[in-house]
Ligand binder design. Sequence first.
Ligand SMILES: C[S@@+](CC[C@H](N)C(=O)[O-])C[C@H]1O[C@@H](n2cnc3c(N)ncnc32)[C@H](O)[C@@H]1O
Length: 212
Amino acid sequence: MAVSSDLHHQSREYWTSVTTSYLGTAAYYDAQEKVLRQVLASYAPFPSALDLGCADGRFTLVAAEHADYVLGVDLNPMLIQQARDRVQATQGGRIGFRVEAVDEQPELGTWALVMCLGVTSCVISPESFDNVVRLVRACAQPGGLVLLKDTLSRDEPIINRSGQYVAMYRNRDAYLAAFSAVGLEFRREFPLSETATTSNALMVFEVAQSNP
Ligand SMILES: C[S@@+](CC[C@H](N)C(=O)[O-])C[C@H]1O[C@@H](n2cnc3c(N)ncnc32)[C@H](O)[C@@H]1O
């Protein structure tokens, strides 16, 4: 499927200008939080955690309950400010937030836990998706844990457009293959919502000990 770079830039502009990332129902995000807590508790503790596309930091702070230090990054300065406002004075120094575009190969170091929740469907062009896959892998330490959450297509990729919003629902097999190719081992998934053509789930990957 040929994807115009216009759609990629449209998605970037959309996500740079919104004041909330909550496009689903409260029940959906509550279910995400419940599953995230369950997964983190089963692998914790983490010396360090990175949340790529952290939005207002809701899930970054959940990770912080199980990690010594957490960094959240997002394209959107307003959401990063909301995230900073959530941090209690007592948590100061343990939780940081930074404006970064994950498709522009930022230098973020390596982390025991890397979360990238609901982000790759915002990254429209194939080149940018490849950049994000490489970034996720580069940020994950050997033996570390990677959590992804996305809407994926059971068949052909789907572009979902509504007003300025645009999302790319990639083919599930191709998506898993892209992460497998960089050495992330798919372990299990927790379905969060389904349609006739798509599934949305939190996916658990472990980092291969040796480089691919
Ligand atoms: C659908 S929201 C998901 C937010 C949160 N992680 C969650 O699970 O609810 C996608 C987030 O990714 C951010 N995002 C989109 N494209 C990005 C990019 N290229 N670089 C960094 N962040 C991006 C958006 O600003 C938004 O906060």
